[in-house]
Structure formats: structure tokens, C-alpha cells
Design a protein around this ligand. Structure first.
Ligand SMILES: [Zn+2]
Length: 271
């Protein structure tokens, strides 16, 4: 069984502020350490439950947060490192039996959610896909759905776990490692405890993937209507110059198509 792991950082154990996830900042070393901690725990759980191939896609910012030597403890693990990647956070997904979204964060505008945003917090106010507001979890889960890959596990704070269950239903396993009190403060599980929970959740997720009870997001008939609302109208002025976009209002652009991988590329391009 091949497991694809998309590894972000904002939802990692103990991470609560931008300084901990931004490469030039001193506290980035902590965020990186915690992302690696959570990814390793999930890998450990997946391997113990019988996964025989794991692809980790480093999905945060410059996408070189996880050094290859950190994952060299098991030859069944591969690392997709660096940017840019055409499908960004879900690059390398094709052919996987299940996807795990690790250390994810809630969509832009979520109340009490650590570092909530969607792709780019300075440009994107909201993203609506086929009438439903989505964040990175929803966008990436939609690509997984097109590839017929179930999303079996989402880890992060309570807000992203709740958002993911709303999109993916009961087949999804979630592992909550912190409960936000605000956008930049949370009641955090200590790594020793979160590591145990992440391992158990990953093992259960592999089991659900094996038994065919993991979730695939409902995406309708394969026609995609994507609406991106920007933070301000001048960002929308720039976006409407791109052929194929349609201006909806002062801050919103719409793109329609039948290819979800193209939709995620639109979000990446427009953000
Ligand atoms: Zn990130």
C-alpha cells in the first residue's frame, strides 16, 4: 500500500505563530522540528499498520523544510522536496492508495484557528469551489477525489480537523494536536503525547484505506466553478487581465472548467 503524505507546518504540534513557520525567522527552527516530529510519527504509524511505500511531499512555503536525512530511517520512505511543483501540495499524489494531510491549517477566515489562511493570506480572502467555501484541505481533497485517492487522515488543530470532517465525513481519521484560543495562541499537546496520537491515527487511517472505508470528497459531475475573492480590488484588477478569468464583482474572479488539477493551478497562479 502506497501512502502519500502532504506535509504542511502551521498545524504541527506546538506551532502557534508566523515566526515559527517563516524561514528567515529565528523561531523557524522550532516549527521545522515540530513538522518533522509529526511527519515521523505519522510515517511510523503507517508503516506499523502495513504501508509498504510512503511518499512525503514537503508542502510548506519553500518546500525544503524536511531534510532528506531526517527520513532516512526507513528505505520505504521517499521525499518530494523543493519548489516549484505544478500541483504544489498534492504533487506526487498519483497512484497512491491513500492521502494523509499532516500539520494542516484551517481555511482563511476561520474563528479560533491557528494561522488560518488559504494559499496566500495577503492576497486571498476566500475560495469557493462549486458553491462551497474551501481552504487548502478542500482544494487538495478535490484533486485527490479526481485521482480517486481517498483522504484517510488529516492532522492539525481542532479547527482544521472539524473543517476536514465537514468535507470528508465519517471515513476520515483526524488527529487534533492543539486547540486554538485565537489565531496565534493555542492549548498545545506536548510532542510526546501528540506523537502517540499521530501514530495511532495513522495506523487507523491505513486500516480504513485497506478496507475501503476511507473518504473521497464529493465533487459533483466533474464541472468546476471556482471563485476567488481577493483581499482588495486592485489584486482583482490584476487577476482579470489573465485570459480565461471572468470578473464577478469588485474583489471576485471566476474560472470554470472540467479539470480540477487546472483549478488548483488557477488558485496557485492567481494567489
Ligand atoms: Zn504552510
Amino acid at each position: 500500500m502506497r501512502i502519500f503524505i502532504s506535509a504542511d507546518m502551521e498545524g504541527a504540534t506546538g506551532v502557534v505563530q508566523w515566526e515559527q513557520v517563516d524561514k528567515p525567522e529565528r523561531d523557524y527552527a522550532f516549527g521545522r522540528r515540530m513538522q518533522i516530529h509529526d511527519v515521523k510519527a505519522v510515517i511510523d504509524g503507517a508503516l506499523s499498520a502495513g504501508a509498504d511505500e510512503i511518499i512525503v511531499n514537503d508542502s510548506h512555503d519553500y518546500m525544503i523544510n524536511i531534510p532528506a536525512d531526517e527520513l532516512s530511517f526507513d528505505s520505504r520512505v521517499r521525499l518530494l522536496s523543493g519548489a516549484s511543483k505544478k500541483l504544489s501540495m498534492v504533487e506526487g499524489l498519483k497512484g497512491a492508495d491513500a492521502a494523509f494531510f499532516v500539520a494542516y491549517h484551517a481555511k482563511a477566515g476561520t474563528e479560533r484557528a491557528i494561522l488560518d489562511h488559504t494559499m496566500n493570506s495577503s492576497s486571498i480572502f476566500s475560495v469557493v469551489l462549486n458553491g462551497r467555501e474551501v481552504g487548502e484541505t478542500g482544494l487538495n481533497a478535490a484533486v485527490c477525489a479526481v485521482e480517486k485517492v481517498p483522504v484517510a487522515l488529516v492532522t492539525g488543530d481542532a479547527a482544521v480537523c472539524s473543517e476536514a470532517r465537514g468535507l470528508l465525513g465519517d471515513g476520515l481519521v483526524t488527529a487534533c494536536v492543539k486547540v486554538a484560543h485565537s489565531r496565534t495562541a493555542a492549548d498545545c499537546m506536548l510532542p510526546e503525547n501528540s506523537g502517540r496520537i499521530l501514530r495511532e491515527a495513522a495506523a487507523l487511517a491505513v486500516e480504513r484505506a485497506r478496507t475501503g472505508t476511507a473518504s473521497i470528497m464529493e465533487i459533483g459531475d466533474g464541472t468546476f466553478d471556482l471563485r476567488i475573492t481577493f483581499q482588495n480590488s486592485s489584486q482583482c484588477d490584476s487577476a482579470e487581465r489573465i485570459p480565461g478569468t471572468e470578473r464577478v464583482d469588485g474583489r471576485t474572479i471566476r474560472v470554470i472548467g472540467g479539470d480540477m488539477t487546472a483549478m488548483i493551478r488557477w488558485v496557485l497562479t492567481l494567489s
